[in-house]
Design a protein around this ligand. Structure first.
Ligand code: NAD
Length: 507
């Protein structure tokens, strides 16, 4: 398997501050191609000083960016969508080089999704709405202003580096905020390219900044920064809790998109062929490193054998290979550490009595130097097993049986997470009941994974709060101000009587 030669434009400084690339003040760090383990890019990590500089630049830019009109912001976000579309191939290649995801996924999902998101927020920037101005007392006119919050500090994970950068940057700047984004240190390339593209289409210096450093240093400095007005974090629940505590110290707003452990509930009347195809695509997308990936299939006991057979058969045809080859279905995991994390779960599941029907081991040969894991299907585990309860974030599907509808729903809800879920049935009443009863931010019926720029994405419970995408995200990045104006022009207002009496009348 080949790693293409390091490209000049990705082997550079990984901060983008005040309209220019800069080198970090920290140590050297290597971005690896997870398919081969080879170095794709070397850069210097951001220091806390770099974070300070980026926040100061965002603060300075907010003064004028916060006063631009929606039309002005819309035009620039639209221009960014067009620039990204024009450079789609380049962005997809760079995304694949740092993540190992198949080029067909980078092209068809990551880049295409980000272009669509940018096009959506270009339009949404112009439709911020609020309540009607009016007289809610006879003596006042009230109106609502929806205003940007200020400087946003955002932290993104490594699984969808470009999409996550887009989900953070686009609604924030469309609503009139400025931003400092910290991508995951192992996958900074497309976030920096996106910030650079924003500058090229005319975003003023300091509106979009990127600092690439570790979570412990740059991430902690950014989320704890006294001049950051709101923190938007996507990542694991454990780190999300730390970020929230950091924000609590100064009562800063926080938006958390955290982990998931999506259930996939197959009722006895489901189309098993559709459910099996859905389970394969839904569990293997991005090598299972998707916070909404199907991870726990609960299948009616009368259909479980059929389901396991169909999924195992489809898993056996999944092609691992060079991510740039159009025939490749599945890429590697993101790092050696993450591969070991997933392999550990699979090993312990086998040791505790789980039956592996497909996969279960690491592929050798040309795959030995990269961070690969075969698609894996496991049955025979209890609901309490760690592989059922904890986020694994790999190409692993666990299948468990249920007998009554209520039991299937109860097992689906038996998790601290609540990001996404799906229900498979041909009965419309069951579908509606499942969509009401499953506690998750997204419930798909007879599908699993599709997302739309117009619709919100966000969790329940330990999956966090706040929404990405859609006008809900735009609202997240605004604050509401009530302006109340006196209509009477009098010095003595009737309500003053509740506070003080006039000396001459006693009233
Ligand atoms: P992670 O929590 O380890 O890291 C996420 C980001 O946080 C990285 O940029 C990291 O450098 C940074 N970070 C780490 N420690 C920090 C600290 N103390 N202060 C500030 N920032 C810090 O998560 P990950 O392993 O990169 O990503 C996988 C996780 O992200 C999974 O749990 C997955 O479910 C979640 N995720 C959620 C969504 C969603 O929309 N809910 C989307 C994608 C990924």
């Amino acid at each position: 398997m080949s790693t293409p030669p390091v490209r000049d434009h990705v082997n550079r400084e990984m901060n983008f501050i005040n309209g220019a690339r800069t080198a970090g003040g920290g140590e050297d760090f290597d971005v690896l191609d997870p398919a081969t383990g080879r170095v794709v890019s070397r850069y210097r990590l951001a220091s806390t000083h770099d974070v300070d500089t980026a926040v100061a630049s965002a603060r300075q830019a907010f003064g004028s960016w916060g006063r631009t009109t929606p039309a002005e912001r819309s035009e620039l976000v639209g221009a960014l969508a067009a620039a990204l579309a024009a450079r789609a191939e380049e962005f997809a290649e760079v995304e694949t080089s740092q993540t190992g995801k198949p080029l067909k996924l980078s092209t068809g999902f990551d880049v295409a999704g980000t272009v669509d998101n940018a096009a959506f927020f270009a339009g949404a920037a112009r439709v911020l709405e609020g309540s009607a101005a009016g007289e809610y007392s006879p003596d006042h006119t009230s109106m609502i202003r929806r205003e940007p919050i200020g400087v946003i500090g955002s932290i993104a994970p490594w699984n969808y580096p470009l999409q996550m950068a887009g989900w953070k940057i686009l609604p924030a700047v469309a609503a009139g905020n400025t931003i400092v984004l910290k991508p995951a240190e192992i996958t900074p390339l497309t976030a920096v390219l996106l910030a650079e593209a924003a500058a090229e289409v005319g975003f003023p210096d300091g509106v979009v900044n990127v600092v690439t450093g570790t979570g412990a240093e740059a991430g902690d400095a950014l989320t704890g920064h006294p001049d950051v007005d709101m923190v938007s974090f996507t990542g694991s629940t454990a780190v999300g809790r730390r970020v929230m505590a950091n924000c609590a110290n100064r009562a800063a707003r926080v938006h958390l998109e955290l982990g998931g452990k999506a259930p996939f509930v197959v009722f006895d009347d489901a189309d098993i062929e559709a459910a099996a195809h859905g389970a394969v695509a839904g569990s293997l997308i991005n090598t299972g490193q998707d916070c909404t990936a199907a991870t726990r299939a609960y299948v009616h006991i009368s259909r479980i054998e059929e389901f396991v057979e169909a999924v195992s058969e489809l898993f056996s045809h999944i092609v691992l290979g060079d991510p740039r080859d159009p025939g490749t279905d599945l890429g590697p995991l993101s790092s050696a550490r993450h591969r070991d994390h997933v392999a550990g779960f699979v090993h312990r599941a086998q040791q505790s009595g789980g039956t592996v029907h497909a996969g279960g081991k690491l592929p050798g040969g040309v795959f030995a130097d990269g961070f690969w894991q075969l698609p894996t299907l496991i049955t025979g585990l209890s609901q309490q097993a760690e592989a059922v309860q904890q986020e694994m974030f790999g190409p692993v599907l666990v299948v468990l049986p249920f007998t009554e509808d209520d039991e299937g729903i109860r097992l689906a809800n038996d998790s601290p997470f609540g990001l996404a879920a799906s229900a498979w049935t041909s009965d419309v009443h069951r579908a509606l009941r499942a969509s009401r009863e499953i506690a998750a931010g997204t419930v798909w019926i007879n599908d699993h994974i599709p997302i739309f720029s117009e619709m919100p994405h966000g969790g329940y419970g330990a999956s966090g709060f706040g929404k990405d995408m859609s006008t809900y995200a735009l609202h997240e990045y605004t604050q509401v101000k009530h302006v109340a104006m006196d209509l009477t022009g009098t010095a003595r207002k009737p309500w003053h009587r509740t506070v003080f009496a006039l000396p001459e009348t006693g009233r």
